[in-house]
Structure formats: C-alpha cells, structure tokens
Design a protein around this ligand. Sequence first.
Ligand SMILES: Cc1cc2nc3c(=O)[nH]c(=O)nc-3n(C[C@H](O)[C@H](O)[C@H](O)COP(=O)(O)OP(=O)(O)OC[C@H]3O[C@@H](n4cnc5c(N)ncnc54)[C@H](O)[C@@H]3O)c2cc1C
Length: 416
Amino acid sequence: MDFDVVVAGGGSAGLAAAVASARLGARTLLIERNGLLGGMASAALVHSICGLYRLPNGTAAPVLANAGFAAEFAKRLLAAGGASGPMRMGRVEVLLQRPVAFAQLCDAIARETPHLEIRLQSEIVAAEAGSITLVWRGCTGKVTGQAFVDATGDAVLAAFRGAPCEMETTRLQRPAYIFALGGVEAGRLGDDARLRLARQISQAVKANTLPAAALGAHLRESPQAAEAFVTIDLDGGTDFNPLDAVCLSRLETEGREVAVRLAEFLRREVEGFAGSYVAAWPARAGVRESRRIVGCYRLEAEDLERGAQFEDTVAYAAWPMELRETATGPRLRFPTGEEPCGIPLRALHARDDEALFMAGRCISCSHEAQASVRVIGTCLATGEAAGLAAALKVLHGEGDAAAVNAAREKIVHEHR
Ligand SMILES: Cc1cc2nc3c(=O)[nH]c(=O)nc-3n(C[C@H](O)[C@H](O)[C@H](O)COP(=O)(O)OP(=O)(O)OC[C@H]3O[C@@H](n4cnc5c(N)ncnc54)[C@H](O)[C@@H]3O)c2cc1C
C-alpha cells in the first residue's frame, strides 16, 4: 500500500497530523497499535487537557493559544459533552475531559476526513527509508510513504529509521497510573474535600494501611456525574527505563496493586465513596517522558522561559514547564515573558532524516522544555503543524513555516 504521508501513532499529535495532512489532499495513513485513537488521552485515562489556553493575564475570558486543530478539537469535545471548562486552576486554565469521549471524537473526525485511512491494532515493528513494517495478530504487512510523521510519543519510528534520538536518564518525569472510579457521590471532590482526603491518605500511609506510593494520589471529578479519576504518581523503581519491558510490566502491576488498595480504602474510610467502584483500568500506564528525536532545532528551557519567537514558528507552547521528577509533587516553572513560546518548524523536522517530521511529546526539545510541550493542547498543535509540513513537502516539494501557517489558516476558514 502506497501513501503520500504515513503518520506513526494515533494519539493527540498523530490524529492532528493525519487529519491536517489529509485535509490538504495528501493520501494519508495513520497507524495505531491500540484499538482506539487518542493515545494517553484515551488509553492512559489522562483526563484534563492542558496547554489549550494562554496563561491568563487579567483578561476575562480564556484565550486559545493555538488556532486550528487544537481549537477545533476542544470546541467539538465541549459541544459533545465530553469536556467541561475551561477551568481556572491557580495560574492556568484547563479543560476537564472524559477519555471515552476523546476516543469517540477522534473516531468521528477520522471518519469524516477524506484521503485518510486508519490502521488500528497495528504495531510498527520495523522501518526503512520509504517503508514501515506493521504487525497485527500474527500477520505482517508493509506500507510505503514519501514523508513520515513520528507521533508515537517514544520516537519509535525515528529509532527504527536510524534517526538520532536522545533520552534523559537521571531526571525522567515520573510515570503514573490513572484509573476511573464510578459511584462517587456528587460534590465530594471540591478543594476542601480534597485537602481532607490528602490528610486521610497521609495518615493511612503512616499507619501502614496504605502503601507509600498512595501518598501523592490525586483525585479529580469527571465531567460525567458520579465519575472520578485517580492519578497515582510512581517512581517506577530507581532503575526505571520507559523503553524496558521489564520496567513497564512492573509499572503496570505495581500501579494496579496500589490502585486496588486505594480504591478499597476510599470505599471503606472516606465519606461519599461508600458506593464507589473501579470503573476502568487504563489500557496502559502513563509514561510522561521517554525518547525524543534530534531535530534541526532543539527547544530549550530558556526559550520557554522568555517566550522565544522564531521566524519559523508554527505552534505555541502555552503551558509552564511542569517538572515531575521527584516524589514531592509537581514543580512549575512559569515563563517570565507575556507571549507563549513559539515552536519552530525546525523542532518538528528530524536533523538527519529529510523525510521525517515529528509531533507531540517526542519533538526536538530538552528535558525541561518537554515538561511544557508534552501537554495535550500543545501536542494537538505540533501534530497539525507536522502533518501540514509533511503533506506540503510531498504535494509541492517544499513546506516552509509560512506555507504551513497559510495552510492552517485556509483550513480554519474552511472548517469554521
Ligand atoms: C500520568 C500522566 C498525566 C498527564 N496529565 C496531563 C494533563 O493533565 N493534561 C495534559 O494536557 N497532558 C497530560 N499529560 C501528558 C499528555 O497526556 C501526553 O504527553 C500526550 O497525551 C502525548 O500525546 P502524543 O500524541 O504525543 O503521544 P501519545 O498520546 O502517547 O500517543 C502516541 C500513540 O502512538 C502509539 N504508538 C506508540 N508506538 C507505536 C508503534 N510501535 N506502533 C503503532 N502505534 C504506536 C501509542 O499507542 C499511542 O496511541 C499526562 C501524561 C501522563 C503520563
């Protein structure tokens, strides 16, 4: 099977890339190993969308950071009842979302997009310059393309193509296990209730009723009545490596074990949770950071901090650097400038592989910068930009930042 653009990975970034490419008329294939699209936002039960809005600066209404697919997706998710907000949390604005609704919307958008084909349950297991090998249920197939977007989050395609990648080893952002609870009484997760709950959990850990890993557990109400999500940050072990199957297996089983004990504790001890039950396990535990691709530009912490603007800006990173390296909880590094940092097209184009673009959490950036650009709102934006750049390259031989931005504007106009 031959395509113009092949997008690897159907998370937020991959969906955005594939839809953008197909909307330009490029014959596009989107490959996803799970049975549903959405990546972390569906399969790992990540339930809030960050990075959609600029940091509030006194304006009454939240202001979108990126026009285009990110804005369209948020609007449609809200209209479908799959999200609520935006909600002000301290110095940021967040959209709360339901992972099941996220996956449904991905399906709907993919279905209505001409020139786009999707392969679910298909895992990329090898690649050469112009082709990708897929495996599904013991069968193997090959697809060819002229340009590629790596939106696997783990730089899987880049690694198979031999493109240079990098990965933090000592300060990786901690992974986490998220599960869904049903049967939660309404109004039990307001700010005060959550503080009380944190105290109760802390006492239970001291009394050895709960494991230490439950200490940072975070509960959030869903837009759906009686539903809540629980996030348990884990260290994954001192030797945690997100690319090692042994470590990943340990993460899944330990995450579930802590979750079971916490769910029992909530049911038994906490007001409003007596009728609660585990409504869903994630298909995969959440990995915040792994391998990144070396691009023509590496976005740095200083860029984020001062709100750097580039001649080839094609997206904006509006979320602070959210560092989750230790058990003490997140550390937020806010920018000093007013403007959200630009993301240059060069950070979405592999340095040593002309045909390879990247999007989402594996773009070319430092460990600290990734702590900002990994959020879903920004992944939707880098996905769209990378998909447009790849399609323009195939269709017109060249797709610079001006062409990418013009193409986005045209699409926004058509899909208004
Ligand atoms: C615990 C946790 C909490 C988070 N909280 C928030 C939050 O509150 N708000 C927020 O905005 N962000 C949050 N994030 C970050 C955000 O969820 C992710 O960084 C973002 O969803 C990444 O999107 P992506 O498209 O780059 O990658 P992913 O969503 O990881 O998508 C990559 C896709 O590629 C597929 N894939 C990978 N390898 C292959 C292969 N070989 N073959 C085929 N398919 C493949 C995967 O199955 C996946 O669907 C959180 C992350 C974690 C882990």
